[in-house]
Design a protein around this ligand. Structure first.
Ligand SMILES: *Cc1c(COP(=O)(O)O)cnc(C)c1O
Length: 443
């Protein structure tokens, strides 16, 4: 295009104000904040300006300069610009504690409390009885002690922080034994006059099979007593219910660790406990007291929203068996196969309607995973919907679902797309139905 023509086209570009006056754009202003709409309008004008300057054609289609075209592009851009970066996704992977997808979900009761505490002033660090400064830890210390039998408790930002804080308060880390084999004698030999703590870390997100040997917590506690050295266990997951009654592999519970006489135990708030991200430190008063006094505690401190969600989550545990129903992580983990089957059949029927000529669909047996550092070898029998699209590749379908709004995260196995119904939440099957239809029907 000649320079003269380019200049002529540039002059034809509508102004920001004119675009803002279009009905379609005005509607957007009702729905989205003004700064966002303005940014989209500016982006469209800039796109067109660059398009004109770099055009190799002799003329431009007048369509590309119509106000209608600009309005339409503004609306398209807003639908991506308007999205938050951190947002809801649908987890169809069957991995319950998916670290990349946010681990534990909070139930509505817990959320309600979180909203109240977040949008109001609270007695976070205020003792209402005494009318003076209180401790933020007081809100969960009693309930944690009651649920687990521990003498004292402290909560921090996450379990990695809990371990760091405990070690920093009590000891310097010296490794004993080997990756696959650690015997009590390894601990015994490593004890010197300077030994301040014996630490055992639970292999919560991996298991070594074959020639292995690990020291039992009871043995370590015994050794600790012999040398008057406290014993700590990093449990990782912090399971508080007996999983074997649901046909799952036994995971050592927090209560067991405490009853075996361990001095300090640490675990996560958002793994098998099913609460918010947090690091929980429990144990004997004297040892936990030393940890509480560590100035580093201030840098790892738990925030008020987490604290609110944690207290509500712990209250559900006070109701005993109800915890399994009230805590989404536990509900997904212990979901009976019958319910999974029912869910799978229902999703199958929804999808089946649109399958003819567009995709092959069947229900298959598969395994879900606990994920997120718990029960690494546990098989959780499940039912998955297996889909093979006709008009696009299975990778194309997976990508399309991933870029859907809301994004749907699925697995691919053996050239089929697999949707595990175990981790789907209320209302999500309908969204999946719409997405699969949109992506697979030949247009
Ligand atoms: C997961 C895990 C951690 C880290 O916990 P975060 O809450 O993710 O910081 C530490 N130790 C063990 C054994 C774990 O399984």
């Amino acid at each position: 295009m000649k320079e003269r023509d380019k200049q002529r086209y540039l002059k034809m570009l509508p102004s920001v104000d004119r675009i803002l006056q279009q009905d379609r754009v005005k509607d957007l202003l009702d729905e989205y904040p003004r700064w966002l709409v303005l940014r989209a309008v500016q982006q469209v004008i800039e796109e067109e300006r660059i398009g004109i300057l770099s055009s190799d054609h002799d003329t431009l289609s007048e369509d590309g300069l119509s106000l209608e075209y600009f309005s339409k592009r503004v609306s398209e851009i807003i639908s991506t610009l308007g999205q938050l970066s951190l947002r809801k996704v649908i987890n169809a992977t069957g991995v319950i504690l998916h670290t990349n997808l946010g681990r534990s979900l909070l139930n509505l009761e817990v959320l309600q409390n979180l909203i109240t505490v977040a949008s109001n002033f609270s007695n976070l660090e205020y003792d209402l009885k005494e009318g003076k400064r209180g401790s933020r830890y007081s809100h969960v210390e009693n309930i944690l002690c009651e649920l687990t039998g521990a003498e004292a408790a402290l909560v921090v930002n996450n379990n990695a922080g809990a371990v760091l804080l405990a070690l920093n308060s009590i000891a310097r880390l010296v490794e004993v034994g080997t990756t696959n084999k650690t015997h009590l004698i390894d601990y015994r030999r490593a004890i010197t006059n300077d030994t301040a703590l014996l630490l055992k870390v639970h292999t919560s997100n991996f298991q070594i099979v074959g020639f292995t040997s690990e020291v039992k917590l009871e043995e370590l506690v015994y050794l600790g007593r012999e040398f008057s050295v406290p014993v700590m266990e990093d449990l990782g997951s912090g399971c508080m219910i007996d999983l074997d009654q649901y046909g799952l592999t036994r995971e050592p519970t927090v209560q067991e660790a405490i009853s075996k006489g361990v001095d300090v135990v640490t675990f996560s708030g958002d793994k098998l406990l099913g609460g918010p991200q947090a690091g929980i430190i429990l144990g004997r008063e004297e040892v936990v007291g030393r940890i509480k006094e560590n100035p580093l505690n201030r840098a790892l401190r738990i925030d008020k929203l987490t604290l609110a969600a944690l207290e509500s989550t712990l209250r559900i545990y006070m109701e005993g068996e109800r915890a399994v129903e009230g805590i989404p992580t536990l509900r997904m983990l212990t979901m009976p196969l019958q319910e999974i089957e029912k869910r799978a059949k229902s999703l199958y029927r929804r999808l089946r309607k649109d399958s003819s000529g567009n995709f092959h669909i069947e229900i298959k047996d598969d395994n879900s995973k606990v994920g997120g550092g718990a029960l690494p070898l546990q098989d959780l029998p499940t039912k998955v919907i297996s889909i093979k699209p006709v008009h696009l590749s299975v990778e194309g379908l997976e990508e399309g679902l991933r870029n859907y709004n809301p994004p749907i995260i699925a697995r691919i196995d053996d050239a089929r797309l697999l949707l595990d119904v175990r981790t789907l939440q209320e209302g999500e099957p309908k969204i999946i139905e719409e997405a699969i239809k949109m992506l697979t029907v030949n247009r």
